[in-house]
Design a protein around this ligand. Structure first.
Ligand code: SF4
Length: 339
């Protein structure tokens, strides 16, 4: 019987460099996906010309006190018109040469990596590619009309890694065809690829999308908040065990987007709720393998902020493990220690 068990519970998100986002909503996208409202999600609703967008990005970078990371988000970067992509990469290279940008990433689809796309990104100063995989299930991808299958999703991930670029994997739990079991299988598949980071975007229903129509017709129902917190908590715990950072657990707050959400698991502190659930699931698992009631737990200090969930709803579950407030303490280490 072990005297104590140490286990990972994530890390305080510490960005090596501030990220300056360049939003290019829908640019290069082969279609508008059934759930997607990038224009509202990114706050870049108006159709701005690429020159104006890049001028704004350059000004934002130049105003940073330290070298930053530049990120091209919101569209399908590798399928944008060549001139637009070249303009983005030219700006990136010039900012890198001036020492103002220290890293760069872009987002794209796994079925838009053909030809010399990846070598162009590498020579153009990109370090990491985030793939909007959404699911590795062919059935879910088909139900969501993504236009590619599991094989293409896997090949896309491998192609990014083989090109020497970093890989980010974005998943969309709760999208049409993606129930909890499929999502957890997606997470296991993604973790087996050892990506550099992941993002989970629980599926919401923004007005004006195909999904909003499906919701009205009763063809689609989003996950509840409770189910989302429980399932993503499990998924986050799996990522902690695998040592893969999950850098987002929900769509970032954006007033135009929030006003347009008709249904789905939206909560201002969703990320913290999921972290709290993941932490508790990790502790419950460790307590089960301890083989006796735990005496105390020492947690990394950053856990203090989210430990008990929304309005303390998790206090009872902590208490039923025998870990009331007097038995929980904090340290500066990165692991939880249960004894
Ligand atoms: S989900 Fe991605 S590929 Fe689909 S429309 Fe939105 S940005 Fe484009």
């Amino acid at each position: 019987m072990a005297d104590s068990i140490s286990f990972p519970v994530g890390a305080r998100s510490r960005q090596a460099a501030r990220i300056v986002p360049v939003f290019l909503p829908f640019r290069g996208c082969p279609c508008r996906c059934v759930y997607c409202a990038q224009d509202k999600q990114t706050g870049a609703e108006g159709a701005r010309g690429i020159t104006r967008t890049l001028r704004g990005a350059a000004a934002a970078v130049e105003s940073q006190p330290h070298p930053c990371e530049l990120a091209f988000y919101g569209g399908t970067f590798t399928a944008m018109p060549g001139n637009d992509r070249r303009a983005c990469l030219d700006l990136l290279l010039s900012l890198r040469e001036k020492g103002l940008v220290s890293a760069a990433r872009c987002s794209t689809r796994p079925d838009a990596l053909g030809g010399s796309a990846l070598s162009e990104l590498r020579s153009g100063g990109i370090d990491l590619v985030e793939l909007g995989i959404q699911s590795f299930s062919s059935a879910a991808l088909s139900a969501s009309r993504r236009g590619y299958d599991r094989r293409t999703a896997l090949e896309g991930c491998r192609a990014v890694q083989e090109s020497g670029l970093g890989l980010g994997i974005q998943l969309l739990p709760g999208m049409p065809g993606c129930g909890p079991e499929i999502f957890l299988e997606d997470v296991r598949t993604a973790l087996a690829l050892h990506p550099d980071c992941m993002r989970f975007y629980p599926c919401l229903v923004p007005e004006g999308t195909v999904l909003a129509g499906w919701l009205a017709e009763g063809i689609y129902a989003p996950w509840s908040l409770e189910e989302t917190v429980s399932v993503l908590g499990r998924a986050l715990d799996l990522a902690w065990q695998a040592g893969v950072p999950v850098i987002r657990l929900s769509v970032a707050p954006e007033s135009a987007f929030d006003a347009a959400v008709l249904a789905g698991p939206r909560h201002p502190a969703l990320g913290a709720l999921i972290q709290a659930e993941a932490l508790l699931q990790a502790v419950e698992r460790a307590a089960a393998s301890l083989g006796r009631p735990p005496r105390q737990i020492i947690l990394p200090r950053f856990c203090q902020g989210f430990l008990y969930g929304d309005h303390g709803v998790l206090r009872t579950r902590w208490g039923s493990l025998g870990l009331g407030p007097g038995r929980i303490s904090y340290h500066d280490g990165g692991m939880a220690v249960l004894s």
